[in-house]
Design a protein around this ligand. Sequence first.
Ligand code: ATP
Length: 260
Amino acid sequence: MYLDIDNVSKSFQRHGEQPLTALENINLSIEEGEFVSLLGPSGCGKSTLLSMIAGLSHPSSGTAKLANQEITEPGPDKSMVFQEPALFPWMSVKENVTFPLRKSMNKQDRENAARLYLKMVHLSQFAGNYPHELSGGMQQRVAIARALAMDSKLLLMDEPFGALDEQTRHVLQEEVDKIWLDTRKTIVFVTHSIREAIKLSDRVIIMSARPGTIISDFNVDLNRPRQQKDMALLEEEVMAMLKTEIDNVMKEELQHAGNH
Ligand SMILES: Nc1ncnc2c1ncn2[C@@H]1O[C@H](COP(=O)(O)OP(=O)(O)OP(=O)(O)O)[C@@H](O)[C@H]1O
């Protein structure tokens, strides 16, 4: 397997309180070229798991391997898109895209990469603009182009459209769908949205409320681009599965509030 998460658990130490177990015994294998979503209630550990795959944090036990190598740090073999685009405000759109490539590519190749990927996200005409001159959706497209330009096989996306309005979200989902069909990168995509997970991914991994475990791993066998009418039944099934988990989170939060 390309990505192998083997019996991974993660606990965080907390001042004056019991350690918090965010993830427990996670086993997950992902093949090269798959588009996989991590879906689950707030706080179930989706971002924690993604940041371990990115090499930004480490398991408390178990191992995470990419192409048979243990993941120990971030690197050019994996690129990441966060909820916020995190662009450099003093750099133009093109400079933001070429900046991470400055050590690995010569100027001409960087320019070519920026041209190619800005075209892919439909921002060719804004290459010379600055982030504050773009809408939130356009800024997030720049962040996607920057991640794609690194040309890593693995693309990690942590709720990349979470801060966008419904319409923009819809447009960017369609772009990501096309980009994946064009590039066949391996994508691990964190989302709260059942619809987004079903629309975009080959496989949806459903996680339980804290401590996060995997409660379901299923394939989405629908033709792309996916139509709402075909997705409706699956959405209902997933909603039913998640309802118990969301109820558990609510109960725990109410109990916690009652104890304080
Ligand atoms: N660095 C940290 N230190 C302490 N606790 C942390 C840290 N990072 C995450 N946690 C805790 O681990 C749990 C899982 O957090 P995580 O952000 O992975 O959840 P999530 O499923 O991505 O949530 P959301 O969907 O709301 O973003 C939470 O209870 C969170 O408070």
